[in-house]
Design a protein around this ligand. Structure first.
Ligand code: COA
Length: 160
């Protein structure tokens, strides 16, 4: 049986920090479902269909990655797709308490699903999608922080 994992987030935008987690998770799991989920408090910067398209392009040569969107609870997505693991990146920037809380809630809602944490890479631990957007909006260089295709799409948005 394939070992499947779910990696969810807003990915607005998907960063090299997220990419690092996905690559490392691929060394453990047979299939990763990258799911663009809804974070109720966040207003979209890149539209969700565009985020999905970008992720599909980034992983076009990696058949073990599935890209999807989901409006409901993560644990329900996991149940529907027979996924038993939720992958999360853990940064040393205050993630722990919230992550612990989410992992506990998700386990309460679906006891068959475990959360697996990856310590974020030491080169990228400080980035977040919000910070990338902020640097970008002030004209800073984001090439180190996001895949090239994401940067290009963000630049298109600026010039439109
Ligand atoms: N590298 C770089 N940045 C990272 C990162 C990494 N490895 N890991 C996380 N981040 C950033 C994210 O980009 C995000 O940045 P932002 O706040 O500026 O947008 C921030 O850290 C927080 O990430 P995350 O906790 O994954 O938030 P999110 O908004 O991307 O995703 C969901 C949250 C979608 C996973 C969560 O709301 C969810 O599960 N929703 C579905 C509904 C549900 O099941 N709710 C019950 C949960 S118990």
């Amino acid at each position: 049986m394939k070992k499947k994992a779910l990696y969810a987030g807003s990915f607005d935008p998907f960063t090299n920090g997220h990419l690092d987690i996905v690559k490392r998770a691929l060394s453990i799991f047979d299939e990763i479902y990258i799911v663009i989920a809804v974070s109720p408090s966040k207003k979209a910067f890149l539209e969700r269909p565009l985020r999905k398209e970008l992720l599909q392009k980034i992983f076009a040569d990696e058949p073990r990655i599935k890209v999807d969107t989901w409006d409901g609870l993560l644990v329900d997505y996991a149940r529907e797709n027979e996924i038993k693991s939720i992958v999360r990146g853990l940064r040393p920037t205050g993630d722990f308490e919230f992550e612990f809380q989410m992992a506990s809630m998700n386990r309460k809602l679906n006891s068959e699903c475990e959360t697996v944490f990856f310590a974020t890479g030491e080169k990228l631990y400080y980035i977040s999608s919000t910070l990338v957007r902020e640097v970008f909006n002030h004209g800073g260089d984001i090439s180190e922080f996001v895949p090239k295709i994401v940067q290009e799409e963000m630049e298109k948005k600026r010039s439109s």
